[in-house]
Design a protein around this ligand. Structure first.
Ligand code: KG4
Ligand code: ZN
Length: 357
């Protein structure tokens, strides 16, 4: 079947086409129009500005996705749209467009949870990598809005066994970047500076906390690390012009966040015995996290496989939404599939949509 995915939950206007044959997923196009430069001037995403950009870009992005895939709208079998969670003005542009196209083109429409999309980015890369994802699977979801450990006994079934009590991991990267006077989004720049800093250098002996590392559950907290960075920079104003100080702070911050994420994931895996551990969400683009989690799994969990999305599919995109939609469609009884022709009348857009079965 041929599926159009659309994603506008934050600051990327995205559309993608996938073609599926049995289990095999072929990515025919994956168009992302990023608004990073626009929002960087404000130090973060401004919801109404994002909506205005989505409105300008959404139809050209969808036609580009169809053109690149060499498909006509009449050939589509399904449209999938992120209907939450995210920024409401941004989400509404996507859902309103998808509903209109579903009505106009007479195509079934399916609303997809954004985090479900991030998890299913791993399944998109399955065909190409030849790797296997087996259930139960444990997903470490790390994005700008979420940090969760999600247990999946089978496809589309989610049990949240732990989550952040305050900032999400990506949000902490963004806030720390702002404190250090670096650009938005913070994750890519903080990790680049951290990774480039010589590992043997330790001029300032910076030590940040590892919150909740020893807590008896699988929850996280990142606001304390961010506050510690704030205090350390306030106390050392004169060192801010020293590139080594900034680099050492970035490295210690990245290490502290990854220490907690990895420790909790391995402990959760020891308890729940998953066959596969999946990494998902924008922070899965972090090289330090990708590498260290891989090492920790090989060392501690001999029988557990590890799956990460390709770098290109770690950040927000619409291919992941189309793939999640494909698995939902496949697992749906025929009578429910028929109802999707009327989804355009009633699909809800929800900024706080919960991940559920
Ligand atoms: O999944 P995503 O694209 O959007 C949300 O759903 O939130 O994630 C964006 C987040 C931002 O906070 C960004 O700073 C972070 O992912 N991020 C990174 C890296 N690349 C993006 N964090 C750490 N290291 C990276 N290389
Ligand atoms: Zn995302």
């Amino acid at each position: 079947m041929i599926i159009l995915g659309i994603e506008t939950s934050c600051d990327e206007t995205a559309a993608a086409i996938i073609e599926t044959r049995r289990e095999k997923i072929n990515l025919l196009s994956n168009i992302v129009s990023s608004q990073i430069e626009l929002h960087a001037a404000w130090g973060g995403v401004v919801p109404n500005l994002a909506a205005r950009e989505h409105l300008k870009n959404i139809l050209p992005v969808i036609s580009e996705a169809l053109r690149t895939a060499k498909k006509k709208s009449s050939e589509l079998d399904l449209i999938c749209i992120t209907n939450g969670p995210g920024l409401i003005p941004a989400l509404l542009i996507g859902t309103t467009t998808a509903k209109t196209l579903s009505y106009l083109w007479q195509k079934p429409l399916l609303g997809i949870h954004h985090i479900e999309g991030h998890i299913y980015a791993n399944f998109l890369d399955l065909t190409r990598s030849g790797k296997k994802i087996e259930f139960p699977a444990l997903c470490l979801v790390v994005s700008g809005g979420h940090t969760q450990l999600v247990l999946m006994q089978k496809h589309l079934e989610y049990q949240i066994i732990g989550e952040t009590l305050d900032d999400a991991a990506g949000e902490a990267f963004d806030k720390v970047a702002r404190i250090l006077g670096l650009s938005y989004p913070g994750g890519p720049i903080v990790s680049k500076i951290a990774d480039e800093y010589a590992p043997e250098k330790n001029r300032f002996e910076i030590k940040l906390p590892r919150p909740m590392l020893k807590s008896n559950n699988f929850n996280f907290s990142f606001s304390g690390i961010k506050t510690a960075v704030l205090y350390a920079t306030k106390k050392n104003q004169e060192k801010l012009a020293d590139r080594d100080f900034i680099a050492e702070m970035c490295r210690e911050f990245q290490t502290a966040v990854c220490d907690v994420l990895i420790h909790k994931t391995i402990n959760a895996a020891k308890k729940y015995q998953p066959k596969t551990i999946l990494l998902a969400g924008g922070v899965s683009a972090n090289n330090h996290l990708r590498g260290r989690l891989s090492t920790a799994i090989s060392k501690n969990l001999a029988d557990t496989t590890y799956s990460i999305p390709e770098l290109a599919h770690s950040l927000d995109n619409a291919a992941m939404i189309a793939v999640a939609g494909f698995y939902r469609w496949k697992n749906m009884p025929p009578e429910n599939k028929a109802i999707l022709n009327n989804t355009w009348q009633k699909l809800e857009t929800n900024a706080n949509l919960k991940l559920k079965k």
